[in-house]
Design a binder for this molecule. Structure first.
Ligand code: NAD
Ligand code: LMR
Length: 307
């Protein structure tokens, strides 16, 4: 299997590294517009192979899409990250142009690829890649839900002093402050979280999750990369190994949840064809209202792109 990662910055290089050391693909191409950077990072990852014992070939490319030809999966991380004080939506004007150009180049050389979008604002960049590629919606998906859910699970594991492995959760909606964590679908080793964490504490964890990206931007002056890069690699793994994992991913909704005009995070089955199935949960009234608010926000940013 061949995987391309576009953008050799913090998230892209982390993703390529995880893909290599976990041998998720045979070949990983890392591409960036900055001269030499992708080649350097790909070489560095390759030189780690004898230490960490893997044989995935990593190849760097400065904007030469020939090297990406025939990729099975392409992860798009190219674009500006936000700085303290910015919202993800503030990135739209620069990143929309980047994602459009990159998608057009990628599909010329890999017409059968599955595209995983990471650049922000995530839901709208998934929209951009979908309209630029004209691929079926099941092959143009955005990474955010795994990351947001991981933050929620990590905070819960810390609160309960248990392994993060035992926390299962679902989180829906747009990748922004209006995301929708679902405590009703959160369990700790099979036990409903509401039996273990009191309502006030759970609400505080949900609020921290919603602003989890911003918390890191404030600390580091740029946005996160270890968890985002690993989350994107986990999506690649589900696809190339046809694992049929159940993850929240961003996809264009076509009637699911009564929505047919918006790109939102929803639980799906992820396998060799990309999204194999969108899972429809039976949301209660409050959850539906939260999802409607999230949809409204994403639609507003989609309208900015349309202009
Ligand atoms: N979806 C998520 O959950 C999530 C998580 C983290 C970051 N992000 C987003 O991912 C993007 C990348 O973040 P980062 O921290 O890696 O940023 P970064 O600045 O470290 O890396 C971005 C890279 O993209 C490259 N690039 C820019 N234009 C390009 C083009 N036309 N072709 C190829 N490469 C190009 C840059 O040269 C740079 O190396 C940002 O938009 C950030 O907001 C999303
Ligand atoms: O917060 C950001 O700007 C980056 C990313 O979307 C994240 O949630 O870490």
């Amino acid at each position: 299997m061949k995987v391309t990662v576009v953008g050799a910055g913090n998230v892209g290089a982390t993703c390529a590294d995880v893909l290599a050391y976990r041998e998720i693909a045979n070949e990983v191409v890392l591409l960036d517009i900055k001269e030499g950077v992708a080649e350097g990072k790909a070489l560095d990852i390759w030189q780690k192979a004898p230490i960490n014992l893997y044989d995935t070939r990593t190849i760097g490319s400065t904007n030469d899409y020939e090297k990406t030809a025939g990729s099975d999966v392409v992860v798009i991380t190219s674009g500006l990250p936000r700085k303290p004080g910015m919202s993800r939506d503030d990135l739209i004007s620069t990143n929309a142009g980047i994602v459009k150009t990159v998608t057009e180049n990628v599909i010329k050389h890999s017409p059968e690829a599955i595209l995983i979008i990471v650049s922000n604002p995530l839901d709208v960049m998934t929209y951009q890649a979908h309209i630029s590629s004209k691929f079926p919606r099941t092959r143009v998906i955005g990474m955010a839900g795994i990351l947001d859910t991981a933050r929620y699970r990590a905070f819960l594991a810390e609160e309960l002093n248990v392994s993060p492995k035992d926390i299962q959760a679902v989180l829906m909606g747009g990748h922004g402050d209006t995301m929708v964590p679902l405590p009703r679908y959160t369990t700790v080793g099979g036990i409903p979280v509401t039996e273990l964490v009191d309502a006030e504490k759970l609400e505080a964890i949900i609020e921290r999750t919603k602003f989890g990206g911003g918390e890191l931007v404030k600390l580091m002056g740029t946005s996160a990369w270890y968890a985002p890069g690993s989350a994107a690699a986990q999506m690649v793994e589900a696809i190339v190994r046809d694992q049929r994992r159940v993850f929240p991913v961003c996809i264009k909704l076509e009637g699911e949840y009564g929505i047919d005009d918006c790109y939102l995070g929803v639980p799906v089955i992820l396998g060799k064809n990309g999204v194999e199935k969108v899972i429809e949960l039976d949301l209660d009234k409050d959850e539906k209202e939260l999802l409607a608010t999230s949809r409204k926000h994403v639609l507003e940013v989609m309208a900015v792109l349309d202009k």
